[in-house]
Design a protein around this ligand. Structure first.
Ligand SMILES: [Zn+2]
Length: 482
C-alpha cells in the first residue's frame, strides 16, 4: 500500500501539509486557504487577522518566562502556481492535489505540488502547534499572490512587521541561508516605425526555436544563448551582403525568462532570396557554434511567406543595431559570495505592434547602484536613436541583511547540535518577498531558508523529504535558543 503523506516524519509538518493539499489555493484564489488558516488560529484561541490584501497574520504569545526574548516573525506565502500536464484533468479551483512519495521526494500526479510554498506554511503551523517548544513572542504571516503580483508582500502594513527577526521559508535549497536578494526593474523600449511598401520582393521567415532559455535571474549565469540576440547577430551578418526589410520581429515570451525562441519576417529582393536563405543558414551555424555544448536542441527554420508592408531599410538596420547594443547576460559577480551574480540583465521580449516595436528587458542587481548602472546603459542605447522611447516600471528594491546576528548564530549552533552542516550564508540573484518587508521595516533582520524543491512551477515540482525535516528542526531549535 502506498505510504500516506501525512505519516512522513516529522508528522507534525506533513499532516498539516496533507490537509493543505485538500484546499485549492492557486494565486489570486486564496480565500479558502486563508479562511482555513484563520480558523486554525481561532480553534487555538490565537489572535488572528485577515488584512486588506488577504494576508493572514497570527500572533502567538511567548511561553512562560520567555516574554523578553527577541520577537520572531515566521513567514510563508500561501498561493501556488497552477500548472498541469496536458493529459491531466484537474481543476485548480476545485480539486485537491494528488501527492505521492517518489523516493526521497514528494511530488504530485501531473500537476504542480504547491510545496512552493505550502511546505513553509505547514512548517509554521507545526511550530505553532508544538506543545514542547519554548519560545519568545511569535508572529506568523501568510501572504497572498507571491507568485504573481506580490500583492500580499506589498500590501502588508508595517504594524505586522514589528519584531526583531523575520524567517522566510520560501527559498528552495537545503543547507543555504539567504540574507539578501536582487532588486529588479521592468524596462520597456518603444521603437517607433513607419511602414513602407516594397516591390520585387519575396517574403521570408527565419525562426529560431528550442533554445534552452531558463529563469532570467537564477539561470542567467548558465551560458545559454539568447534567441533574440542570436537572430539579431544573423541579420547583422546578412546585412553586409543583402538588402532586407523587416515586416515583423517577435521573440521571447515573458521578460523574466531567457528567450528560447525568436522569429523575424522579412522582405528580401526576389532575385536574392535563394542566396539569402543559404547565407542565413551558414550565419546561424557559425554563430550558434559558440554555444555548441549548451544549445544542443536549438534549431533554425527558414520558410517563404507573403510580402507585406515593412520597416524601411534604414529602420530595419537601426532595429538590429539597437538589439545588438542592448546589454544582456551577467554584468558583475558579488564580492560577498563570488559564485553569485550581483548584476545581470535579460533581453526578454520583442513584439511588433501596429506602430512600434516593443522591447522589454529585466535588469536585476543585489545593489541599487548596480540596477542604476544597467538602466543608464539601456537609456544610453535608446538615446542613440530619435525614434525610441523608454519606460521604467515595477522597480523592486533589493534586500541585504546583516551576515552576523544572534538569529544566524542560533541557527548555526542549532545545526551543530542537530549534527547538520553549518548553513551556507549566501545571496539570491532573484526576488523574494523579504525585499519588500525589509523596505517596509528597515530595522528588521531577515533570513530565508527552505527545503530543496526541484522544478518548481512545473508538474515535475518535488520537495526533498529530509530537507523538510531539517528546516523544521533548525527553526524549532533556533526559536528555543534565541
Ligand atoms: Zn515560492
Amino acid at each position: 500500500m502506498e505510504e500516506n503523506i501525512a505519516s512522513i516524519k516529522p508528522q507534525q509538518v506533513w499532516s498539516h501539509f496533507s490537509k493543505l493539499l485538500q484546499i485549492p489555493h492557486p494565486s489570486g484564489h486564496e480565500e479558502q486557504i486563508a479562511q482555513y488558516l484563520y480558523d486554525f488560529a481561532q480553534k487555538r484561541n490565537l489572535d488572528a487577522t485577515i488584512d486588506e490584501a488577504g494576508n493572514v497574520i497570527i500572533h502567538v504569545n511567548a511561553t512562560l518566562g520567555r516574554e523578553h526574548s527577541p520577537k520572531v516573525i515566521l513567514q510563508s506565502h500561501m498561493d501556488m502556481v497552477p500548472v498541469k500536464n496536458d493529459d491531466v484533468l484537474h481543476d485548480f479551483l476545485k480539486d485537491p492535489i494528488d501527492a505521492y512519495i517518489d523516493g526521497e521526494f514528494v511530488k504530485a500526479r501531473g500537476t504542480t505540488l504547491g510545496a512552493d510554498d505550502c511546505i513553509g506554511v505547514a512548517t509554521i503551523l507545526a511550530l505553532i502547534d508544538d506543545k514542547d517548544l519554548e519560545h519568545g513572542p511569535l508572529t506568523a504571516i501568510f501572504t497572498v499572490e507571491e507568485e504573481t503580483t506580490m500583492k500580499g508582500a506589498f500590501g502588508l502594513k508595517k504594524e505586522y512587521l514589528e519584531g526583531d527577526y523575520l524567517i522566510n521559508l520560501d527559498s528552495e535549497e537545503n543547507g543555504l541561508l539567504y540574507i539578501g536578494c536582487a532588486g529588479s526593474c521592468d524596462v520597456k523600449l518603444n521603437f517607433k516605425f513607419d511602414k513602407v511598401k516594397v516591390e520585387n520582393c519575396q517574403g521570408l521567415s527565419i525562426s529560431l526555436n528550442k533554445f534552452e532559455g531558463g529563469h532570467s535571474g537564477a539561470d542567467i549565469n548558465l551560458g545559454h544563448a539568447n534567441a533574440i540576440g542570436v537572430l539579431a547577430l544573423i541579420l547583422e551578418d546578412l546585412s553586409s551582403d543583402f538588402d532586407f526589410f523587416i515586416q515583423n520581429f517577435e521573440g521571447g515570451i515573458v521578460r523574466n525568462a531567457i528567450p528560447s525562441k525568436a522569429q523575424v519576417i522579412l522582405n528580401v529582393p526576389s532575385d536574392k532570396a535563394l542566396a539569402f536563405k543559404e547565407a542565413a543558414n551558414n550565419a546561424y551555424k557559425r554563430i550558434i557554434s559558440t554555444y555548441e555544448r549548451k544549445e544542443t536542441h536549438a534549431a533554425i527554420k527558414i520558410s517563404e511567406c507573403e510580402v507585406s508592408e515593412s520597416l524601411c531599410y534604414a529602420q530595419s538596420l537601426d532595429l538590429i543595431n539597437l538589439l545588438l547594443s542592448l546589454p544582456h547576460g551577467v554584468v558583475r559577480m558579488s564580492d560577498i559570495d563570488t559564485s553569485i551574480v550581483e548584476t545581470s540583465v535579460n533581453l526578454g521580449t520583442v513584439k511588433t505592434l501596429d506602430e512600434d516595436i516593443e522591447i522589454c528587458l529585466m535588469p536585476r542587481s543585489l545593489k541599487e547602484t548596480g540596477l542604476d548602472e544597467i538602466i543608464t546603459k539601456i537609456e544610453a542605447c535608446a538615446q542613440l536613436l530619435d525614434n525610441v522611447d523608454i519606460e521604467l516600471e515595477n522597480r523592486h528594491a533589493c534586500w541585504l541583511s546583516q551576515d552576523k546576528n544572534s538569529l544566524i548564530d542560533s541557527m548555526q549552533s542549532s545545526c551543530a547540535q542537530l549534527g547538520l552542516k553549518p548553513l551556507k550564508v549566501t545571496l539570491m540573484h532573484a526576488g523574494l518577498e523579504t525585499a519588500s518587508f525589509a523596505k517596509t521595516a528597515p530595522k528588521l533582520q531577515l533570513v530565508s531558508l527552505g527545503a530543496t524543491i526541484l522544478n518548481p512551477h512545473s508538474p515535475k515540482e518535488r520537495v526533498h523529504i529530509a530537507g523538510v525535516g531539517d528546516v523544521y528542526e533548525i527553526v524549532r531549535h533556533t526559536l528555543a535558543q534565541l
